[in-house]
Design a protein around this ligand. Structure first.
Ligand code: ARG
Length: 587
């Protein structure tokens, strides 16, 4: 469906043309003085130079051409040369009714679908998710949904951290505890058991224990490094252990991500890049890019225009072991080979920016990805506690994500119980839905690159720019619709001409749907969807407080209101789905 603002622009351009001016001056924007008008055109000021005429004269010429145009309720020429417009109620009502009729509210999918890979989540196996993993999951999931809605072919990859020292640490600790296991016997050539020799809770305890020991015990650390290298070199027993660790960890991670309403198309990890490393390293050597420096293999990636120093990209350590950069580069090899993406978006903490500058440059230099593939770092800021410092537990440790979510869930549950029409069991379910919205909206409503304060009190409040406020608004609409539905059919209702300022304002917000989604896509910015739905909710709540809806005695008018409510609810629910959460029936 053509955008309302484009329809208006076309009319104004036509009028410029008819009055003898170039139509490019007729571009229309949203008004920045909503108290005076809804749309405006500043083209007369620019045209004045070309036509050597006072801008107000040009504006008045154009105005004459538009006076009888029934798209407009009013057109004004204001000194020095602004054209101010209000759209006609009848035209707006018809336009919004068409949105209500059309599939996807008239949203036009892209004509040029791209293949986009999104690298997000990034959990490390055998370690529980901590608060640092929340933002990547929440932002990445939303960016994925938005890109998909726009019509692109989108593949989400979790990119597990499963190839570093943590694997060697786990193997070392396990060997100490159960040396008799066949995985440690180098002469063993039989099949390995299908059952893992540990549970997830053992695994979660083994890693921190091993990590602690390695910091104090040099010999232990050496053993872990050696085990890591042997694993990377393909030692059979260690590979089998890695597979056990992966199976157990991934099962647990899936459960946790499911609770967050986050899912991935691919569950690949750093270890999947391993097989591509030798050829890739050879290629970099053959091209004369990789050279030895202090025993390590590196590639220069600095550029003349760099403002800060970009150190060489390390490809292999002096002992031949691979690094974080190595696996990220080799991951690009299979991503290109298997999916041939046009864009790859990495949703990772801002603090890893330099790593990605190095990886992207090295990948392009070595020809691992074509020059026209867009490699994008979508860095996010730190989630801070109320004291403005990175979130910590009371004793200063890293906060487990589960605990943080439980806290906000309990808070929400108690608030919902205050509404004494809701049974305890229903309140539990509702609390899950609303607390997820509180967390996700609290995060996504901020610009991703900025730090923000995780403020439980604020996020769970039903007033202000919060997830619960958005959900309250949706639930309010649902409850009106349910009451109406009890005695009436709600199919085939049409939206009418707005009959009040608040109805018109609501419609003028709703028509911005396409623009909100497209600009959120273009900027990888779910925050733009948040800003949009916040405005829609505000406009709806004004309309609601000023309008007798169910008690309206004009049945036809009431039908028009109900249709407007349905469209508002559908758009809001579509938008929160793009953000990765949903609304309950009651709260
Ligand atoms: N596992 C990493 C971490 O916890 C994040 C991975 C991000 N993605 C990537 N391709 N490097 O810091």
């Amino acid at each position: 469906m053509e955008q309302l603002i484009e329809i208006i622009s076309d009319e104004v351009k036509g009028a410029f043309n008819k009055s003898g001016y170039d139509e490019r001056y007729g571009n229309v924007t949203l008004s920045n003085r909503p108290d005076l008008c809804e749309f405006q055109c500043n083209g007369a000021m620019a045209a004045a130079k070309e036509y050597k005429k006072a801008p107000i004269m040009i504006a008045e010429d154009v105005l004459k051409e538009l006076e009888d145009n029934d798209i407009f309720e009013s057109v004004e020429a204001i000194k020095p040369g602004f054209l101010n417009f209000k759209v006609s109620n009848a035209f707006l009502g018809k336009y919004v009714d068409k949105m209500h009729e059309d599939e996807d509210f008239g949203f036009e999918k892209t004509k040029n679908p791209l293949t986009i890979m999104i690298d997000y989540g990034g959990p490390n196996v055998a370690k529980p998710l901590h608060v640092g993993h929340l933002r990547s999951a929440v932002i990445g999931e939303s960016v994925k949904r938005i890109s998909r809605y726009v019509g692109h072919n989108v593949i989400g990859d979790v990119h597990l951290g499963d190839w570093g020292l943590q694997m060697g640490l786990i193997i070392t600790e396990l060997k100490l505890r159960k040396p008799e296991l066949c995985y440690f016997d180098e002469n063993y050539d039989g099949e390995y058991p299908t059952e893992a020799p540990f549970t997830i809770s053992e695994l979660e305890e083994i890693y921190p224990t091993a990590s602690g020991k390695s910091k104090e015990d040099e010999e232990y650390k050496e053993a872990a490094l050696k085990a890591t290298k042997e694993l990377q070199a393909g030692r059979r027993g260690y590979r089998a252990l890695l597979n056990h660790i992966l199976t157990i960890s991934v099962g647990d991670l899936k459960k946790n991500y499911e609770k967050l309403n986050v899912s991935f198309d691919l569950w690949k990890g750093e270890s999947d890049a391993q097989e591509y490393i030798p050829d890739m390293v050879q290629l970099m050597k053959d091209k004369g890019l990789a050279y030895e420096s202090e025993g390590a293999l590196v590639v220069d990636v600095k550029e003349e225009t760099d403002k800060k120093e970009v150190p060489p990209c390390m490809i292999l350590k002096s002992d031949g072991a691979s690094l974080y950069t190595t696996t990220d580069l080799a991951t690009l090899v299979w991503r290109v080979k298997d999916y041939n993406p046009d864009r790859i978006i990495y949703v990772v903490d801002n603090r890893q920016e330099m790593h990605f500058i190095q990886v992207f440059r090295c990948a392009k230099k070595a020809g691992i990805v074509r020059d026209d593939v867009s490699l994008e770092f979508l860095g996010f800021g730190t989630m801070n506690g109320p004291d403005g410092k990175p979130f910590k537990t009371r004793d200063g440790g890293v906060m487990r994500l589960e605990f943080l979510l439980d806290e906000i869930n309990d808070k929400m549950y108690n608030k919902i119980l205050d509404n004494d029409t809701i049974e305890k069991s229903e309140a539990k379910e509702v609390a899950k839905i609303v607390s997820l919205a509180a967390v996700k909206y609290g995060d996504l409503s901020n610009q991703a690159s900025k730090d923000y304060i995780f403020d439980v009190e604020k996020f769970t409040s039903s007033e202000g720019n919060t997830g619960p406020y958005i959900l309250y608004t949706i639930v309010r609409i649902k409850s009106i619709l349910n009451k109406y539905k009890a005695d009436n059919n709600i199919d085939n209702l049409h939206i009418d001409t707005p009959d009040s300022g608040s109805a018109k304002k609501l419609m003028l917000e709703l028509v911005k749907f396409q623009n909100a989604v497209v600009s959120a896509y273009e900027d990888n910015a779910p925050s733009k969807i948040c800003a949009y739905i916040y405005d829609v909710c505000d406009a709806f709540n004004h309309f609601y407080h000023e309008t007798k809806i169910l008690s309206c005695d004009d049945e036809d008018k009431k039908k028009g209101y109900i249709a407007l409510l349905i469209l508002t609810k559908d758009i809001l629910e579509q938008c929160i789905d793009l953000l990765g959460f949903s609304a309950p029936e009651r709260m």
